[in-house]
Design a protein. Structure first.
Ligand code: URA
Length: 451
């Protein structure tokens, strides 16, 4: 509950920064004041950057994390979608490389009869963002007004937008600042960012995809589980049904990394094609969305229904419909040539015979940002056409000279930097690596699930 600020307390950003820098616990009033002042642009980026860094380094208590989530949620409106008869279910990922599952899941779950009001983010750090991917589709508008968002949702069962001046405006500003100040990697900041957006959507249930591995913000399963528990607890406190799947991000998901390239791969999955790992994860997450949305009794049944909706073309039809309703060119769904194309391509080949032992996933994400697929500064615009296509995944055999990846680029200097980083991220071993990381590590949440 919001506290009325005591009249004797005067908020000064500098005091809050110093208190957190020195490891103190902030009061709800201090956190609320900071969030509200920043949302109104009453305090500058540099003070909030310093505070964010102090949070990354010093952490937060559960009470501070809850106060931050609440303040960010209340910075804007909370949607009331109770007039929609369908259950409202969303999914959100903590961020990965090549993670385009949202583009598949929103139309897929909508085709099954679940309503999906999805508020997503842009690229964050080395990870890609759903909004940047959607904007690769010519004309696609992620900045709908609330009335337009509701209309699209009522018409086709799913709608995908970004944080707005009306919904989660604090996250809109903090997210963009964290992206370029090295302040993403805090479970408390990630929890508040994700849960403030999701709780503002008026959903009944939420499926969280918490990534772990070299391409995730939480590198170890232990850290990922901590974040998952924090988010599940936050959602449950607000009366939502929440489940978190801890999934692997030790190599990119699928084979395409980069905004337009990822749209192509998401469409492949909606056609029943595409890389095995991406297909498997989409079906698993869809199974959970359908189950929590009450259209399947079990997750396994939800997975089966999802497979049928893909095979019948209904999920792809739904995606085409949403693209059109949000101003995008629906022809781009069926014809990849209608998506932005990079002017140049260069191949990266294997230096020797062997097996792909590992691929430093964060470096691959950074290589894509360097190409222009993400932002290095707040004012940067994103190049939708650039990116990387992987021809080999971990465990695959390779021979000397065989293509490992293709780099799509528009600027030579960027391509040279990205190439070097990419080369350094490959490890080729003489014999096949036996470690077999599961795609789904574990599931967290009290869902009463029948798998
Ligand atoms: N996704 C978000 O929306 N916020 C984060 O902080 C990380 C991933």
């Amino acid at each position: 509950m919001s506290q009325t600020p005591p009249t004797t307390q005067t908020f000064r950003a500098i005091d809050v920064i110093r208190k957190k820098r020195d490891g103190g616990e902030l009061s709800r009033y201090e956190i609320e004041s900071l969030v509200n002042a920043y949302t109104r642009s009453d305090i500058p980026d540099y003070q909030v950057s310093a505070w964010l860094m102090a949070v990354v380094l010093r952490g937060m208590t559960r009470a501070e994390a809850a106060a931050l989530t609440d303040a960010m949620l209340r910075s804007g409106e909370v949607l009331d979608l109770s007039s929609l008869p369908a259950k409202k279910v969303d999914k959100h990922s903590t961020g990965g490389v090549g993670d385009k599952t949202s583009l598949v899941l929103a139309p897929l779950a909508a085709a099954a009869g679940v309503a999906v009001p999805m508020i997503s983010g842009r690229g964050l750090g080395h990870t890609g963002g759903t909004l940047d991917k959607l904007e690769a589709i010519p004309g696609f508008n992620v900045n709908l007004s609330l009335a337009q968002f509701r209309r699209v949702l009522e018409t086709c069962g799913c709608a995908m937008i970004g944080q707005t001046a009306e919904i989660a405006p604090a996250d809109r500003k903090l997210y963009a600042l964290r992206d370029v100040t090295g302040t993403v990697e805090s479970p408390y900041l990630i929890c508040a960012s994700i849960m403030s957006k999701k709780l503002a959507e008026g959903i009944d249930a939420l499926v969280l995809d918490v990534k772990t591995g070299s391409g995730a913000f939480m590198k170890t399963e232990k850290d990922a589980a901590f974040l998952a528990e924090l988010m599940v607890e936050t959602g449950e406190r607000m009366g939502k049904l929440v489940v978190a799947l801890i999934t692997d991000m030790d190599q990119p998901l699928g084979c395409r990394i980069g905004n337009a390239l990822e749209v192509i791969e998401a469409v492949e999955v909606l056609r029943g094609e595409g890389p095995k790992d991406l297909r498997q994860l989409c079906l698993e997450l869809a199974g959970w969305m359908l189950h929590l949305g009450g259209v399947s009794d079990t997750v396994a049944e939800g997975r089966k229904q999802s497979e049928k909706l893909i095979a019948s073309g209904k999920a792809l039809d739904k995606f085409r419909q949403m693209v059109e309703l949000q101003g995008g060119d629906p022809r781009a769904v069926d014809d990849p040539k209608k998506l932005p194309q990079a002017r140049h391509a260069m191949m990266l080949s294997s230096p020797k015979d062997g097996y792909l032992a590992s691929l430093q996933c964060e470096e691959v994400g950074i290589a894509c940002v360097i190409l222009g697929g993400g932002r290095e500064r707040k004012e940067d615009s994103v190049d939708p056409a650039v990116g990387i296509v992987l021809h080999k995944k971990v465990g695959d055999a390779v021979s000397a000279g065989e293509p490992l990846a293709t780099i799509y680029y528009n600027a030579e200097t960027r391509a040279a930097r990205a190439r070097q980083l990419l080369e350094e991220s490959y490890r080729i071993a003489d014999s096949r690596v036996l470690e077999n990381r599961p795609l789904i590590h574990r599931v967290i949440g009290k869902t009463g699930e029948k798998n």
